[in-house]
Design a protein around this ligand. Structure first.
Ligand SMILES: [Zn+2]
Length: 281
Protein backbone atom coordinates (compact mmCIF):
# COMPACT_ATOMS: atom_id res chain seq x y z
CA UNK A 1 0.00 0.00 0.00
CA UNK A 2 1.27 3.50 -0.78
CA UNK A 3 2.65 5.70 2.04
CA UNK A 4 -0.03 8.28 2.97
CA UNK A 5 1.05 11.90 2.47
CA UNK A 6 1.45 14.19 5.54
CA UNK A 7 -1.80 15.97 4.73
CA UNK A 8 -3.81 12.74 4.14
CA UNK A 9 -6.39 13.54 6.84
CA UNK A 10 -6.79 17.07 5.54
CA UNK A 11 -7.41 15.78 2.01
CA UNK A 12 -9.97 13.25 3.28
CA UNK A 13 -11.77 15.97 5.24
CA UNK A 14 -12.67 17.99 2.10
CA UNK A 15 -16.50 18.04 1.99
CA UNK A 16 -18.18 16.57 -1.12
CA UNK A 17 -20.12 18.58 -3.67
CA UNK A 18 -23.16 17.23 -5.50
CA UNK A 19 -22.14 16.39 -9.11
CA UNK A 20 -25.44 17.39 -10.64
CA UNK A 21 -27.27 19.94 -8.47
CA UNK A 22 -30.95 19.20 -9.03
CA UNK A 23 -31.90 22.89 -8.85
CA UNK A 24 -30.86 23.18 -12.50
CA UNK A 25 -32.73 20.04 -13.60
CA UNK A 26 -36.19 20.88 -14.99
CA UNK A 27 -38.50 19.29 -12.43
CA UNK A 28 -41.71 17.53 -13.43
CA UNK A 29 -44.99 19.26 -12.71
CA UNK A 30 -46.47 16.66 -10.36
CA UNK A 31 -49.78 18.56 -10.22
CA UNK A 32 -50.49 17.50 -13.81
CA UNK A 33 -49.74 13.84 -13.07
CA UNK A 34 -51.75 13.88 -9.84
CA UNK A 35 -54.77 15.24 -11.71
CA UNK A 36 -54.37 12.64 -14.48
CA UNK A 37 -53.96 9.69 -12.08
CA UNK A 38 -57.11 10.63 -10.14
CA UNK A 39 -59.25 8.75 -12.68
CA UNK A 40 -57.60 5.80 -14.41
CA UNK A 41 -58.92 2.97 -16.54
CA UNK A 42 -56.99 -0.28 -16.94
CA UNK A 43 -56.24 -1.12 -20.58
CA UNK A 44 -53.75 -4.01 -20.27
CA UNK A 45 -52.56 -6.46 -17.65
CA UNK A 46 -49.58 -8.76 -18.04
CA UNK A 47 -48.46 -11.38 -15.56
CA UNK A 48 -44.73 -11.92 -15.24
CA UNK A 49 -44.27 -15.55 -14.17
CA UNK A 50 -41.53 -16.34 -11.61
CA UNK A 51 -38.07 -16.60 -13.25
CA UNK A 52 -39.50 -15.34 -16.55
CA UNK A 53 -40.05 -11.95 -18.18
CA UNK A 54 -42.99 -10.33 -19.96
CA UNK A 55 -43.56 -7.22 -22.08
CA UNK A 56 -46.16 -4.49 -22.31
CA UNK A 57 -46.44 -1.44 -24.54
CA UNK A 58 -47.32 1.72 -22.62
CA UNK A 59 -48.56 4.52 -24.88
CA UNK A 60 -47.27 8.02 -24.08
CA UNK A 61 -49.61 9.68 -21.61
CA UNK A 62 -50.56 6.38 -19.94
CA UNK A 63 -49.40 5.06 -16.58
CA UNK A 64 -47.83 1.71 -15.80
CA UNK A 65 -47.97 0.02 -12.42
CA UNK A 66 -45.76 -2.86 -11.36
CA UNK A 67 -47.65 -4.80 -8.70
CA UNK A 68 -46.40 -7.15 -6.04
CA UNK A 69 -48.78 -10.14 -5.99
CA UNK A 70 -48.68 -13.37 -3.99
CA UNK A 71 -45.33 -12.75 -2.25
CA UNK A 72 -42.22 -10.55 -1.93
CA UNK A 73 -40.56 -10.42 -5.34
CA UNK A 74 -38.04 -8.18 -7.05
CA UNK A 75 -38.34 -7.11 -10.71
CA UNK A 76 -35.66 -6.13 -13.23
CA UNK A 77 -37.05 -3.54 -15.65
CA UNK A 78 -35.83 -2.58 -19.14
CA UNK A 79 -37.48 0.33 -20.96
CA UNK A 80 -37.32 1.13 -24.68
CA UNK A 81 -38.79 3.71 -26.98
CA UNK A 82 -41.54 1.48 -28.44
CA UNK A 83 -40.65 2.51 -32.01
CA UNK A 84 -36.86 2.72 -31.65
CA UNK A 85 -34.97 0.11 -29.62
CA UNK A 86 -31.81 2.25 -29.82
CA UNK A 87 -33.39 4.64 -27.33
CA UNK A 88 -33.30 2.77 -24.06
CA UNK A 89 -33.19 3.38 -20.32
CA UNK A 90 -29.86 4.76 -19.06
CA UNK A 91 -29.46 3.63 -15.48
CA UNK A 92 -26.04 5.29 -15.02
CA UNK A 93 -27.23 8.79 -15.92
CA UNK A 94 -30.46 8.32 -13.97
CA UNK A 95 -28.27 7.49 -10.96
CA UNK A 96 -26.04 10.52 -11.56
CA UNK A 97 -29.07 12.81 -11.72
CA UNK A 98 -31.32 11.37 -9.00
CA UNK A 99 -29.12 9.20 -6.78
CA UNK A 100 -28.73 5.49 -6.17
CA UNK A 101 -32.46 4.76 -5.73
CA UNK A 102 -35.52 6.33 -7.34
CA UNK A 103 -38.98 7.16 -6.05
CA UNK A 104 -41.88 9.55 -6.64
CA UNK A 105 -40.87 12.65 -8.61
CA UNK A 106 -37.72 11.10 -10.09
CA UNK A 107 -37.45 10.40 -13.79
CA UNK A 108 -36.11 7.51 -15.83
CA UNK A 109 -33.80 8.88 -18.53
CA UNK A 110 -32.92 7.53 -21.96
CA UNK A 111 -29.43 6.96 -23.36
CA UNK A 112 -27.37 9.25 -25.62
CA UNK A 113 -27.99 10.97 -27.94
CA UNK A 114 -31.63 11.14 -26.82
CA UNK A 115 -31.22 11.83 -23.08
CA UNK A 116 -34.78 12.76 -22.20
CA UNK A 117 -37.18 11.52 -19.54
CA UNK A 118 -38.79 8.30 -20.79
CA UNK A 119 -40.94 8.01 -17.67
CA UNK A 120 -41.67 9.85 -14.43
CA UNK A 121 -42.24 8.01 -11.16
CA UNK A 122 -45.70 9.09 -10.02
CA UNK A 123 -46.41 6.77 -7.08
CA UNK A 124 -44.43 4.40 -4.89
CA UNK A 125 -46.08 2.59 -1.99
CA UNK A 126 -42.60 1.89 -0.56
CA UNK A 127 -41.56 5.56 -0.39
CA UNK A 128 -41.87 5.33 3.43
CA UNK A 129 -38.76 3.08 3.54
CA UNK A 130 -36.24 5.86 3.02
CA UNK A 131 -32.61 4.92 3.70
CA UNK A 132 -32.13 2.28 6.43
CA UNK A 133 -29.33 1.95 9.02
CA UNK A 134 -27.21 -0.08 6.57
CA UNK A 135 -27.49 2.57 3.84
CA UNK A 136 -29.97 0.37 1.98
CA UNK A 137 -32.95 1.66 0.03
CA UNK A 138 -35.49 0.45 -2.54
CA UNK A 139 -35.72 0.60 -6.39
CA UNK A 140 -32.03 0.94 -7.25
CA UNK A 141 -30.20 2.07 -10.35
CA UNK A 142 -26.85 0.78 -9.04
CA UNK A 143 -27.18 -2.92 -9.86
CA UNK A 144 -26.87 -4.26 -13.38
CA UNK A 145 -29.04 -7.41 -13.68
CA UNK A 146 -28.25 -10.99 -12.77
CA UNK A 147 -26.77 -12.70 -15.82
CA UNK A 148 -25.41 -16.08 -16.90
CA UNK A 149 -21.94 -14.73 -17.75
CA UNK A 150 -21.14 -13.53 -14.23
CA UNK A 151 -22.74 -16.72 -12.91
CA UNK A 152 -20.42 -18.78 -15.10
CA UNK A 153 -17.44 -16.70 -13.99
CA UNK A 154 -18.16 -17.09 -10.27
CA UNK A 155 -19.61 -20.62 -10.05
CA UNK A 156 -18.49 -22.32 -13.27
CA UNK A 157 -22.11 -23.33 -13.90
CA UNK A 158 -24.70 -22.27 -16.45
CA UNK A 159 -28.03 -20.91 -15.20
CA UNK A 160 -30.57 -19.87 -17.85
CA UNK A 161 -33.22 -17.99 -15.88
CA UNK A 162 -31.19 -14.97 -14.80
CA UNK A 163 -32.88 -11.62 -15.52
CA UNK A 164 -30.54 -11.01 -18.46
CA UNK A 165 -31.70 -14.21 -20.18
CA UNK A 166 -35.34 -13.70 -19.19
CA UNK A 167 -35.27 -10.18 -20.68
CA UNK A 168 -33.53 -11.48 -23.80
CA UNK A 169 -36.12 -14.20 -24.41
CA UNK A 170 -39.06 -11.85 -23.79
CA UNK A 171 -37.65 -9.13 -26.06
CA UNK A 172 -36.95 -11.68 -28.81
CA UNK A 173 -40.50 -13.03 -28.55
CA UNK A 174 -41.96 -9.50 -28.71
CA UNK A 175 -39.84 -8.25 -31.63
CA UNK A 176 -39.41 -11.50 -33.58
CA UNK A 177 -35.65 -11.02 -33.43
CA UNK A 178 -33.12 -13.81 -33.02
CA UNK A 179 -31.99 -14.25 -29.40
CA UNK A 180 -28.49 -13.02 -30.29
CA UNK A 181 -29.92 -9.81 -31.79
CA UNK A 182 -32.37 -9.19 -28.95
CA UNK A 183 -29.58 -9.72 -26.41
CA UNK A 184 -27.72 -6.69 -27.79
CA UNK A 185 -30.57 -4.43 -26.68
CA UNK A 186 -30.83 -5.68 -23.10
CA UNK A 187 -29.36 -3.11 -20.75
CA UNK A 188 -28.77 -2.27 -17.09
CA UNK A 189 -32.07 -2.29 -15.29
CA UNK A 190 -34.13 -0.43 -12.77
CA UNK A 191 -34.29 -2.90 -9.88
CA UNK A 192 -37.92 -2.49 -8.85
CA UNK A 193 -38.65 -3.41 -5.21
CA UNK A 194 -35.04 -4.55 -4.66
CA UNK A 195 -33.40 -3.31 -1.43
CA UNK A 196 -29.71 -2.58 -1.96
CA UNK A 197 -26.81 -0.36 -1.05
CA UNK A 198 -23.04 -0.27 -0.70
CA UNK A 199 -21.31 -1.43 2.49
CA UNK A 200 -19.73 1.48 4.32
CA UNK A 201 -16.49 -0.38 5.15
CA UNK A 202 -15.68 -2.12 1.84
CA UNK A 203 -17.91 -0.28 -0.65
CA UNK A 204 -19.41 -3.59 -1.87
CA UNK A 205 -22.81 -3.86 -3.49
CA UNK A 206 -25.22 -5.53 -1.07
CA UNK A 207 -28.81 -6.71 -1.16
CA UNK A 208 -31.22 -7.58 1.62
CA UNK A 209 -34.75 -8.93 1.88
CA UNK A 210 -37.07 -6.59 0.02
CA UNK A 211 -39.68 -4.84 2.21
CA UNK A 212 -42.24 -5.26 -0.61
CA UNK A 213 -45.48 -7.09 0.18
CA UNK A 214 -48.46 -8.07 -1.99
CA UNK A 215 -50.53 -4.95 -2.64
CA UNK A 216 -47.49 -2.70 -3.06
CA UNK A 217 -46.93 -1.06 -6.42
CA UNK A 218 -44.50 1.20 -8.26
CA UNK A 219 -46.11 3.54 -10.79
CA UNK A 220 -44.62 5.48 -13.68
CA UNK A 221 -46.07 7.86 -16.24
CA UNK A 222 -44.95 7.19 -19.83
CA UNK A 223 -43.51 10.40 -21.32
CA UNK A 224 -43.01 8.64 -24.68
CA UNK A 225 -44.40 5.40 -26.16
CA UNK A 226 -42.69 2.71 -24.11
CA UNK A 227 -41.93 -0.94 -24.49
CA UNK A 228 -41.48 -2.23 -20.94
CA UNK A 229 -39.82 -5.61 -20.35
CA UNK A 230 -39.89 -6.92 -16.79
CA UNK A 231 -38.19 -9.99 -15.32
CA UNK A 232 -39.29 -11.61 -12.06
CA UNK A 233 -35.76 -12.13 -10.70
CA UNK A 234 -34.77 -15.70 -9.73
CA UNK A 235 -33.58 -14.14 -6.46
CA UNK A 236 -37.23 -13.72 -5.30
CA UNK A 237 -37.05 -11.10 -2.55
CA UNK A 238 -33.22 -11.18 -2.90
CA UNK A 239 -32.71 -12.01 0.79
CA UNK A 240 -30.10 -14.69 0.14
CA UNK A 241 -29.02 -15.45 -3.40
CA UNK A 242 -29.88 -15.10 -7.06
CA UNK A 243 -28.80 -16.92 -10.24
CA UNK A 244 -30.30 -20.23 -9.07
CA UNK A 245 -33.63 -21.94 -8.44
CA UNK A 246 -33.07 -21.87 -4.65
CA UNK A 247 -35.09 -18.76 -3.69
CA UNK A 248 -38.89 -18.63 -3.31
CA UNK A 249 -40.15 -16.70 -6.36
CA UNK A 250 -43.50 -15.11 -7.07
CA UNK A 251 -45.11 -13.52 -10.12
CA UNK A 252 -45.29 -9.77 -10.70
CA UNK A 253 -48.01 -7.96 -12.58
CA UNK A 254 -47.74 -5.07 -15.01
CA UNK A 255 -50.83 -2.92 -15.48
CA UNK A 256 -51.27 -0.18 -18.08
CA UNK A 257 -53.77 2.56 -17.18
CA UNK A 258 -55.28 5.33 -19.26
CA UNK A 259 -56.25 8.68 -17.71
CA UNK A 260 -59.61 10.29 -18.46
CA UNK A 261 -59.84 12.43 -21.61
CA UNK A 262 -58.72 16.03 -21.23
CA UNK A 263 -56.77 15.54 -18.00
CA UNK A 264 -53.41 15.92 -19.75
CA UNK A 265 -54.13 19.15 -21.62
CA UNK A 266 -51.11 20.85 -19.98
CA UNK A 267 -48.68 17.98 -20.68
CA UNK A 268 -46.48 17.58 -23.77
CA UNK A 269 -44.07 14.71 -24.52
CA UNK A 270 -40.41 15.71 -24.07
CA UNK A 271 -38.25 16.43 -27.11
CA UNK A 272 -35.06 14.47 -27.62
CA UNK A 273 -31.99 16.25 -26.24
CA UNK A 274 -31.27 19.42 -28.17
CA UNK A 275 -27.44 19.14 -28.20
CA UNK A 276 -26.34 19.61 -31.85
CA UNK A 277 -24.04 16.51 -31.89
CA UNK A 278 -21.26 18.38 -33.70
CA UNK A 279 -18.83 17.44 -30.87
CA UNK A 280 -16.65 20.49 -31.56
CA UNK A 281 -15.98 19.77 -35.24
ZN1 LIG B 1 -32.25 -10.82 -11.42
Amino acid sequence: MAEPPNDADERRAVPPVICYPTETLPSPNMVIYDAARAQLMTTTRAVVPPREAATVVVPAGHFMRIHSVEGPQVGDLNLFNASNLAERFYSGKTRALHGTHVSTGDRLWSCFPYLRPMATVTHDTLDWYGIDAYGGSVHDVIGTRCDPYTGRLLSGEDYHHCCHSNLTRALAAHTGQELSDAEQHVHDVLNVFMCTGFTRDTGQYFMKASPVRPGDYFEVFAEIDLLAVLSACPGGDCSAEHSSDAAACYPLEMEVLRPADGTLADWAPPLVNQYDQSHGT
